[in-house]
Design a protein around this ligand. Structure first.
Ligand code: PEP
Length: 234
């Protein structure tokens, strides 16, 4: 089981360090075996020492160069970061990243041996159309992605469930994860309004191997509680 927290554009360097310490102390005190992973903003990346994996929310497919506003491999190497989030719906839909660019990032960071948390998920209008349309949409988001990559982790996150407080029914989540499992052997996380109140139900579903959590994990205490719930399910 893997519980990943995506901080998005939240937390300073100082707040991230405090979060890391609080969660690390909790993991040690409670002997938690579930993997904890956090994605702080780029300004808060650092060489943390402890059991929490730290990943980048984004990086350009380049070692360094003239790409104003972007970070590349060199900035991640400085802190020994070997995990990256690629294809998050906010980067696809707000920042306008195309599938082509996303696949390019995937290949670059795969070549560099990164663990890649690769996000897919449909907007509401696609879900309302039909199950076939939904699965076809997810298939398109997997185009150009090596599903056999041994450091791949998939995060299924319906766009309409992200930050909205809404979630698909447990049956729907299980159905989609089970359909994805037919073609993907990698762990499949669920993401979209996971919080302390619904973590147990969602994490207990077949073919749900963990969660990617935004707002519900911003508070370190809540994140620790979800780690403990996940750990109790093993
Ligand atoms: C996310 O950003 O990946 C996410 C799942 O956000 P939230 O938990 O806030 O819905």
């Amino acid at each position: 089981m893997l519980i990943a927290a995506n901080f998005k554009t939240n937390k300073t360097r100082c707040q991230t360090a405090a979060y890391y310490k609080e969660v690390s102390d909790f993991i040690a005190a409670k002997n938690i075996n579930t993997e904890a992973m956090i994605f702080p903003p780029a300004t808060a990346l650092d060489s943390f020492e402890g059991k929490i994996s730290v990943g980048a929310q984004n990086a350009y497919a380049v070692e360094n160069g003239a790409y104003t506003g972007e970070i590349g491999l060199e900035q991640l190497d400085e802190f020994g970061i070997k995990t990256i989030l690629i294809g998050h719906s906010e980067r696809r839909h707000i920042l306008g990243e195309s599938q082509e660019l996303i696949a390019e990032k995937f290949h670059y960071y795969k070549e560099k041996g990164f663990r890649i948390v690769y996000c897919i998920g449909e907007p509401l209008e696609v879900r309302e159309e039909s199950s076939a349309a939904l699965m076809a949409y997810l298939d398109d988001q997997l185009e150009g992605i090596d599903l056999a990559y041994n450091k791949l982790i998939i995060a299924y996150e319906p766009v309409w469930a992200i930050g909205s407080g809404l979630t698909p029914t447990e049956g729907e989540v299980e159905l989609i994860h089970t359909a994805l499992r037919q073609k993907i052997k990698a762990p499949i996380l669920y993401g979209g309004s996971v919080k302390t109140a619904n973590a147990k139900e969602l994490l207990s579903l077949n073919n749900v191997d963990g969660a990617l959590i935004g707002s519900g994990a911003l508070n370190a205490e809540d994140y620790c509680m979800i780690l403990e719930i996940a750990d109790s399910l093993k």
